[in-house]
Design a protein around this ligand. Structure first.
Ligand code: PLP
Length: 230
């Protein structure tokens, strides 16, 4: 299967699921996850209408950045503080903020470049299963701390990575927990707490993520095929 065909299938699925669950298909945006894929493959996806791509490693963004043009880059993987400076002027949004220290570094670098960085806070709704993300009970404090300390950050919403479940309904429960947290801040009156994006759902679970309210699905394998981890 070609990237073009796969993209058509994924887009059809997104629309179909959105409609099935009573949502506007335009409210579910596709991020093509391009980690371990070449600039040529990424450019093929862009030629076929992809506007947003996701990478999980800073180094890969650096290596590909000049060879891939006209697309929004999303940093979706764990970000180390000492690497923020390499991507701050390259990415459109950082999905994986999970500490105030990281937020402060993003804020500092954003200020040096005279920009406001859009971020999502990564929430780990299941406790120990995943290594990254903050526990739900820390979210209030995290939002307040980032709001008060980081004038060059706009907090746009939440991100979650469901653990692997045998049963999709379990992933659905995970996403529902994050959506419930998200809803608390949708009408937040603070100017830089602007909750409108919920980044949930990958190739294996985007159907239930859309049902639970995702606005960004992050899809790699279903578009580009299996990754070669070598
Ligand atoms: C790799 C990755 C994805 C995409 O996973 P697929 O199963 O290939 O669709 C989504 N989100 C994150 C954070 C990833 O690292």
């Amino acid at each position: 299967m070609s990237i073009k065909n796969n993209l058509n299938l994924v887009r059809n699925d997104i629309s179909k699921f959105a409609e099935e669950f009573g949502r506007n298909p335009e409210d579910v945006k596709l991020i093509a996850v391009t980690k371990l894929h070449s600039p040529e493959e990424i450019n093929e996806a862009i030629e076929n209408g992809v506007t947003d791509i996701g990478e999980n490693k800073v180094q890969e963004i650096q290596e590909k950045y000049d060879k891939v043009k006209g697309v929004n880059w999303h940093l979706i993987g764990h970000l180390q503080r000492n690497k923020v400076k390499y991507i701050i002027d390259k990415v459109y949004m950082i999905h994986s903020v999970d500490s105030l220290k990281l937020a402060k570094e993003i804020d500092k670098r954003a200020s040096q470049h005279n920009l406001t960085m859009k971020i999502l806070i990564q929430v780990n709704a299941e406790g120990e299963e995943s290594k990254f993300g903050i526990p739900p009970e820390d979210l209030d404090q995290m939002i307040t701390d980032i709001y008060e300390n980081c004038p060059n950050i706009e907090i746009c919403g939440l991100m979650g990575i469901a653990p692997f479940y045998d049963d999709l309904e379990d992933a659905s429960g995970f996403f529902a927990k994050i959506k419930a947290l998200f809803d608390r801040y949708v009408d937040d009156v603070r100017d830089r707490v602007n909750f409108k994006e919920l980044s949930m759902g990958m190739s294996g679970d985007f159907k239930v993520a859309i049902r639970e309210g995702s606005t960004y699905v992050r899809i790699g394998t279903a578009i580009f095929g299996a990754r070669d981890y070598r």
